[in-house]
Structure formats: structure tokens, C-alpha cells
Unconditional design. Structure first.
Length: 253
């Protein structure tokens, strides 16, 4: 049955930045498909844990600082100690800094690039090594952005980091496909999260955004969860190096 290809029963998924918003939606969606969840956050993912365990799945809470690579070995080690294996990695954690490019600081550049690009690569590398040791392949899903395709304004380091995510997703897919590792990315459009609350509250800006989206609405964390389950499942075994826009048609406009 084709639906069996989407079954993730007993799989172990690491999801970074899943205490709220899109990350929480992804973690819960993967749990609904059968995954046990390793949650990597700076703060307590209390609500996410409650939602995941209510589904009968196991939940490992790991606190880590993803502004540097120093916690990466312990993330992998703790996951293996608890579950014995890793099957899926979702690199969702990310930050943004806003300022005109002419005034943008080196610190704001480095802070964003460290979390959104450097740590994503080296966590992927560490997990890929574990996949290879297990000998059964695995799935890596990076969270890109509309600014992987577009330039944006007032977010130089964010645009650079998310453009980099698209490129490094292809690079990792090229090198690791021979090990049965699929590396893909999802580029969310305008989503209903804490990060966009101010935009949605601004009536003029909100209407400008909605007018550009063919679907006529903001996306939800649930809209992102199903594509993530697809890319984490055997249903996507022949999909590699691709960045999937989940944007209500924004890029098609």
C-alpha cells in the first residue's frame, strides 16, 4: 500500500528549534507519523513535549547552544544513548537580524551565519557520519526560506545564510546519496508564527502580503509538517538535493 511509504513508526528524528512555531509543527507531525523525537532547543520545549508524548511517542529534551558547534557531539551522543540510532535530522533552528545593508554590523552577520549555516552544516556532518556507521541511510531536511530564492531587504546575513542552505543542501546530497542519505530542504513562505505576529498585526502590510499569495492566506505550521513527513519518509527515497517551496504560490506569482 502506498500509504505505508509514509509510515515512520519507530524512527528517531532530531528536530532543532522546536519549542514553538514551525519547529513544533514539524516535531508533532513527525510524531504523528510514528517518530520518537529528539528536541534540541535553548529553552524548555514544554508544550511540544506534551503534544508528542500525548501521541504515545518518546521525547528527549536536549538543551544546546547552536550559536557554536561545541554542543554538536553531545547531541549525537545523547540521541544514541537514549534511542540507539538516528534516522532523521531536521535543521529548523534559525535567527534573523534586521538592518540596512549599508549599516549592517559584523556581529549581526556572524551571529546569523553561525546559527543558520555553520551549525547546520556541522550538525548534518555529524549525523551523516552516524547514518553511515548504521549502514541504513537516513534523511536530512534543512529549513530554507523564500530568501533562498529572493534577495529581500534589510536582512543581509539571513539572505546569505538561506541562500547558502539551498547550495549546501545540493552539495551534501551529491556527496552522501551513495550512502543512502537523502538531503533536501523546505522553503516556507509567509507563516503564522510568533516571528510574523507584528506583520500580521499591521493591517496595511498584512493585506499587501495576502494580495501577493495566490492561496490568499498565511501558512500554518501544519502546512509545513506534511511535506516534512514526506521528505523524512521512504516515499521520498528518489528525491535528493531539492528545495521545496511551501509558500501558497508566492514564488509563482
Amino acid at each position: 500500500m502506498i500509504l505505508n511509504a509514509f509510515n515512520l513508526e519507530g524512527k528517531v528524528a532530531i528536530v532543532t528549534g522546536c519549542n514553538t512555531g514551525l519547529g513544533q509543527g514539524i516535531a508533532v507531525g513527525l510524531a504523528e507519523a510514528g517518530c520518537n523525537i529528539v528536541a534540541v532547543n535553548r529553552s524548555a520545549p514544554t508544550e511540544t513535549e506534551s503534544k508528542v508524548t500525548a501521541l504515545g511517542r518518546q521525547f528527549l529534551d536536549i538543551r544546546a547552544d547552536l550559536t557554536s558547534t561545541q554542543d554538536i557531539p553531545s547531541i549525537v551522543e545523547k540521541s544514541i544513548e537514549t534511542f540507539g540510532r538516528i534516522d532523521i535530522l531536521v535543521n529548523n533552528a534559525g535567527i534573523i537580524r534586521r538592518a540596512d545593508a549599508i549599516e549592517f554590523t559584523e556581529k549581526d552577520w556572524d551571529d546569523v551565519m553561525d546559527v543558520n549555516a555553520k551549525t547546520v552544516f556541522f550538525l548534518s556532518q555529524a549525523v551523516a557520519k552516524q547514518f553511515i556507521a548504521q549502514g541504513e541511510g537516513g534523511k536530512i531536511i534543512n529549513i530554507a526560506s523564500m530568501l533562498s530564492f529572493q534577495g529581500g531587504i534589510r536582512v543581509p546575513s539571513y539572505t546569505a545564510s538561506k541562500s547558502g542552505i539551498m547550495g549546501v543542501t545540493r552539495l551534501m546530497a551529491n556527496e552522501w546519496a551513495k550512502h543512502g542519505i537523502n538531503v533536501n530542504a523546505i522553503a516556507p513562505g509567509y507563516m503564522e508564527t510568533n516571528n510574523t505576529e507584528a506583520l500580521r498585526a499591521d493591517e496595511t502590510r498584512n493585506q499587501e502580503i495576502l494580495a501577493r499569495i495566490p492561496a490568499g492566506r498565511w501558512g500554518t505550521p501544519e502546512d509545513l509538517a506534511a511535506p516534512c513527513v514526506f521528505l523524512a519518509s521512504p516515499a521520498s527515497d528518489y528525491v535528493n538535493g531539492y528545495t521545496l517551496a511551501v509558500d501558497g504560490g508566492w514564488l509563482a506569482r
